[in-house]
Design a protein around this ligand. Sequence first.
Ligand code: AMP
Ligand code: MG
Length: 397
Amino acid sequence: MNKGLLSVDEALEQMLAQAKPVADVEQVPTLEAAGRVLARAQRSTMDVPPMDNSAMDGYAVRVADGARLRVAQKVMAGAVGKPLEPGTAARIFTGAPIPPGADAVVMQEHTKVDGETVHLMRQPKAGEWVRRSASDIARGAEILAAGKRLAPQDTGLAASVGIGTLPVYRRLKLGLFFTGDELVMPGEPLAPGRIYNSNRFTLRGLGAEFGCEVRDYGIVPDSLEATREVLRRAAKECDVIVTSGGVSVGDADFVKPAVEAEGELLMWRIAMKPGRPLAFGRVGGAFFIGLPGNPVSSFVTFLVFVRPFLRRAQGMSSVEPRAIQVRADFDWPEPDPRREFLRVKWNAQGGLDLYPTQDSAVLTSTAWADGLVDNPAQHPIGKGDAVRFLPYSELFR
Ligand code: AMP
Ligand code: MG
């Protein structure tokens, strides 16, 4: 049954072997770096915290001095205290530096104040409620690895050690077009036999989600000349071209001859469901990936093949999604001879529910779902089995 079909892993391996990270690096303000891929590891040039400071509002004390102390000073965050004289305490606030000589902080809730005297109701241990200098980050330590797509908290971390600009890879230019004489844009009347171009929305959204600069060439009619023309244009302007439709070998499928005429192409039949046909090649300086036209197939093949390819081409160090083992709360007694990507939803009991129709034309399943089960070929699933779950939260990173 799978004769002549290529496995998902073999296809992906061949694609990734060719993907090279964009070489151009640009320096951007840290404030604008979220979502970009870090080109060089970043190290801290300072200790964090830079000095011992208080983790609480309370009193800085010397443990050996006992439980009755005169309050001799007050240290606010941003100020610097004086050395602690024997028998005294310093009123101190969260984040304020520990005065020299103090070795613990007593929470204010554990004290009683009587005029200028503070009574400690609990004997503190040395080091209590003191955040040690360099306990978070030591000077010289790596804080961000190269090849990481920067999340907001990463830019916050860079800023916390005073890094004002970051080296990032240039954004990848992703060209998209959609083949099919039947396609119509929403807002236009739908003549009999025509369908709306939903792939344009799904694939463009995914491209943007993955941090690409998307160039959208719109609908391309089913003709060799039109397909060749848009390919030539896109190849000049883009790093990667992704298309939907026209990769079967029917009468109206011009992607194969067009790419072969303008560049080079591998046509694959992949042992997966949904999404059998896939094209991979080059046109000029651009990579070409042709996805099937079926809306669910193009969505799933984008996540399975285009996503890791784009990550590698963007300079990211990890390209494979992390999967988790989750309990199936459904039966799948008649599995396909091909590896299947099932649309599932995480239920309140921590298990997975299956969308009732797994037809590759039913786009509803992708919107309803919050992830895919990656089910091996010929592998039946029974209620309660652990399955390999790829949540959208992971696939969309
Ligand atoms: P194809 O791969 O071109 O044979 O298309 C397979 C199926 O997907 C056909 O039913 C097409 O009408 C449909 N299709 C192709 N392109 C799109 C698109 N951009 N949006 C929605 N459906 C599409
Ligand atoms: Mg078509």
